[in-house]
Design a protein around this ligand. Structure first.
Ligand code: ATP
Length: 494
């Protein structure tokens, strides 16, 4: 009626003064949070956080609720239907939240979202409480809402294919820090480190570092490196970006991929020593292996490799802690390797890889965790024999776990422990035989292959080392640190 009977300009004028008058008389203020701001295709983070907060804290008093089944979410959550109202209390202050929407007079012909309706939450509180509401209550609501979203979300596992895009699936690995078998003190130290990291946003800002932390996990195959990454992701509810370096053609692609990662994520490069010729490039600059430099076949091969992949060590280093690494925060970068000694020191220096974690062969403490997980026992009369054997021989947690797993319905804890004892005795015998073979008749080591990798191979039954020793012989390289030898043996292992 008002719009019909008053000329538009006069109408606007009167409306303005009426609103002002009401504003003076009304002791309440309102704050609106719209679902879409500016960029219309992105839901406002504040709106989402408020939705979660209200669904968790105040939905009991609401009669009409909406069930939101978010894809990839672990559970459904309930939120208020349009035009519902709830009250919340904060430090003795009563706050009213109402869900509302603006329906445009002329609906867009092609509507992307409920015919262009603009939903919003309206907070109403007393004018005298304005400061505490805007400075304390609203940030509290946003923080709580974020935490609820984070808790309910299902982590994803991303991987890069041939393109510079990430593809993902839901991450549903069951490994946790409870199932991870390692020395309890070491486990506690890692857990503390992770928890300190996630609570240190302000600290990182204060010291001028981007909020990320590098972990280097190293040890023989089957000692739990991948299991630990899964446990980290499950603990922190982070996504995993499994970066396959061999599919990345150059530094620009690597940068694009890293820009495409989100916060609260773990970027993983597994078997970093096999992924790229990272050691060779730097050693070459320093003079490297002279025998190899003179060898025209090796020189040609290296040049060909360089042309094929323009991903360089310096490109990788820049991505880890150069300017580009600052895009996105709250991230862990994890490298895994079976051969830590083959990595360039620059790649794993502290600051880049802040924490070096060795995952090693099964000790008695590790075994006890596996026995509890697999057989539900904490002690047994066979434990002392197993403890002694584990001291005398190297067996990976993966092999121990395999032996502890019942193979048939008839098997019980005792028979599984006996299986393990048998396997440990066999491994011990094999290791003794292998050691005898390695020593030549005059008691001198016949080959300079490193002991650690031989142990690892003995455990896993792989013959990768033979290949690396052959390659070393062919290239006239007597040391085990030669680039080509290292590369070939890694290929063999992988
Ligand atoms: N420390 C451990 N705690 C619990 N389970 C383990 C542990 N280590 C190995 N396992 C078991 O062995 C399997 C293989 O372990 P995992 O893949 O984590 O080893 P890895 O060190 O990553 O090996 P690789 O270097 O070959 O990738 C796992 O599925 C798990 O069942």
């Amino acid at each position: 009626i008002f719009q019909q009977w008053f000329p538009e300009e006069l109408g606007n004028h009167i409306e303005k003064y009426v609103r002002r008058l009401l504003g003076i008389l009304n002791p309440y203020i309102t704050i609106s949070f719209y679902e879409y701001n500016g960029d219309e295709y992105e839901r406002s983070e504040a709106y989402i956080a408020i939705e979660r907060y209200l669904s968790n804290n105040s939905s009991n008093g609401v009669k009409r609720l909406k069930a939101n089944v978010v894809r990839n979410s672990k559970s459904i959550f309930l939120s208020m239907e349009d035009y519902e109202e709830v009250t919340d209390e904060f430090e003795g202050i009563i706050i009213t939240w109402a869900s509302s929407k603006i329906i445009p007079q002329q609906r867009a012909l092609i509507a992307y979202n409920d015919g262009d309706e603009k939903r919003y939450y309206k907070l109403t509180c007393h004018r005298k409480d304005k400061d505490i509401i805007t400075k304390v209550y609203v940030p509290h609501v946003l923080h709580e809402g974020d935490a609820i979203s984070q808790k309910n979300r299902q982590p994803k596992l991303y991987t890069n294919g041939k393109s510079t895009r990430w593809g993902h699936i839901l991450f549903e690995h069951p490994s946790t820090f409870d199932t991870l078998a390692m020395h309890p003190e070491k486990k506690k130290e890692i857990l503390n480190d992770l928890m300190t990291f996630i609570e240190s946003k302000d600290y990182y800002k204060k010291v001028g570092k981007s909020w990320k932390r590098g972990y280097l996990l190293y040890g023989p195959p089957g000692t739990g490196k991948s299991s630990m990454i899964a446990a980290m992701a499950n603990l922190l509810n982070y996504d995993i970006y499994d970066l396959e370096l061999t599919s990345v053609t150059d530094n620009t692609d690597l940068r694009k991929l890293l820009i495409g990662t989100s916060s609260k994520s773990i970027i993983v490069i597994e078997d970093i020593d096999c992924s790229l010729d990272l050691t060779g490039q730097r050693k070459e600059k320093k003079g490297g292996n002279k025998g190899e430099e003179k060898n025209p076949v090796h020189k040609k091969e290296k040049e060909k490799k360089k042309k094929g992949s323009k991903l360089t060590l310096s490109g990788l280093l820049n991505s880890i802690d150069g300017l580009w690494s600052a895009c996105g925060s709250e991230r862990l970068i994890v490298f895994t390797t079976n051969h830590v000694e083959r990595l360039d020191p620059a790649l794993i220096r502290r600051g880049r890889m802040d924490k070096h974690i060795e995952l090693s062969y099964c000790c008695f403490e590790t075994f006890k965790v596996l026995a509890k997980n697999y057989l539900d026992i904490e002690s047994h009369e066979l434990f002392p024999s197993i403890s002694r054997l584990l001291e005398e021989t190297n067996m990976t947690p993966a092999d121990v776990a395999e032996n502890l797993m019942p193979k048939s319905a008839e098997e019980n804890a005792e028979s599984c422990l006996k299986d393990l004892i048998k396997a440990l005795e066999n491994a011990k015998e094999e290791a003794t035989l292998k050691a005898a073979e390695v020593y030549s008749s005059d008691g001198v080591l016949s080959d300079s292959g490193d002991e650690e990798s031989q142990d690892a191979d003995a455990e896993s039954g792989e013959s990768g080392d033979e290949e690396s020793q052959d390659t070393d012989r062919e290239s006239g390289n007597s040391g085990d640190s030669g680039d080509s030898g290292a590369e070939d043996s890694s290929d063999g292992d992988s």
